[in-house]
Design a protein around this ligand. Structure first.
Ligand code: RIB
Ligand code: CA
Length: 335
């Protein structure tokens, strides 16, 4: 087997983050150097606790979890902003039966603890100690931690091989009139990353909307009969139920999509992203209707701008599921 890819995950665990974590932690081709947590789907105390629960469920206690930012860089500072009204998503603030992301994952309380150092310090220390181009960052929540690390010490930039992010949207179901949740939560953080010069692959909603799993696939995962596989099956079923509660009747809505795990899959199998375009991409930071929109270079004004992003517009759902199933099944076999 070729050398394992070194990755650092940055998560707001969350139901689809949990599936992404299971896949990354159990995949033989990945070396997860650490996991950073951030506030987003739920409060950072809960995203951190949920992440620890998944690490323990996967039997990987040696992988450090580093608690990160509770709030975005700037988007919640104006009290009238939508972000300020909605972030952090307060514990107990939503119906846990129908919420796509619950405060606590359906796992036993963890016996593990987060590391002492913060996510930002971990990112800087780990990247500075690495060789150039050695580490891939996989953010699947608001990108506050990575933006903070870049601003705190730009010497980390050449160490980053690429950033494969889940976020952004162009044609599919934005979180508001215009933006996808991870970008909407911290637009300034994403723009800092997009201007950093680090190669970015944006696994957008346009792509992840093709990564929906159905009840039959959840049943196949359950049949693997390991704790991580049972967790993934339960979370797929929960997301389908939550998505239906939001009016998605055919299980193809964004709530049914397993967004974050597709980003992990794309690190190893970029061919899973079946339609991509290298383009300029920037985030609208005006505080109007399009705040947080990912604006692709689609007219002459942007054509001269650096093509700073590989934007994914579609994905192969069959390849995605086969990969996820294969990772969980192989891990079960290895015991
Ligand atoms: O828009 C989808 C993204 O928002 C996913 O990362 C999901 O976990 C939520 O964070
Ligand atoms: Ca997420």
């Amino acid at each position: 087997m070729s050398e394992k890819k070194k990755v650092i995950l940055d998560v707001d665990t969350g139901s689809d983050d949990a599936i992404a974590l299971c896949a990354a932690l159990l995949c033989e081709e990945l070396d997860v150097l650490g996991i950073c947590t951030v506030g987003g789907n739920v409060e950072v105390k809960n995203t951190t606790d949920n992440t620890l629960r998944v690490v323990e469920c996967c039997g990987r206690p040696q992988v450090g979890v580093y608690r990160g930012a509770a709030l975005p860089l700037a988007s919640t500072l104006e009290p009238w902003s939508l972000q300020a009204q909605e972030l952090p998503r307060k514990e107990g603030g939503r119906d846990q039966e129908t919420a796509v992301h619950t405060d606590h994952l359906p796992l036993p309380p963890t016996t593990l603890h987060a590391q002492e150092k913060s996510a930002c310090v971990f990112l800087i220390e780990t990247l500075l100690a690495a060789q150039d181009g050695e580490i891939t960052l996989v953010p699947v929540g608001p990108m506050t931690n990575i933006a903070l690390a870049i601003r705190a010490d730009e010497r980390i930039l050449p160490k980053i091989r690429q950033i494969v992010m889940m976020g952004g949207s162009h044609d599919v179901y934005p979180r508001t009139q215009a933006s996808e949740f991870n970008v909407w939560a911290d637009p300034e953080a994403v723009e800092i990353v997009l201007q950093s010069g680090v190669p970015v692959t944006m696994v957008s909603l346009d792509a992840t909307s093709h990564a929906c799993l159905d009840r039959h696939q959840a049943a196949l995962l359950r049949e693997i009969d390991s704790a991580p596989a049972r967790l993934c099956a339960e979370l797929v079923e929960h997301r389908l139920k939550a998505s239906a509660a939001e009016g998605d009747t055919d299980g193809t809505g964004v709530g049914a999509a397993i967004h974050d795990a597709l980003a992990v899959c794309a690190v190893l199998h970029p061919e899973v992203l079946t339609e991509t375009v290298q383009t300029s991409c920037h985030v609208d930071l005006g505080h109007g209707y399009a705040y947080g929109e990912t604006v692709l270079g689609r007219n002459y004004k942007f054509s001269e701008m650096p093509k700073n992003c590989l934007y994914a517009k579609s994905a192969d759902s069959g390849l995605f599921f086969d990969w996820l199933y294969g990772v969980l099944q192989a891990a079960k076999r290895q015991g």
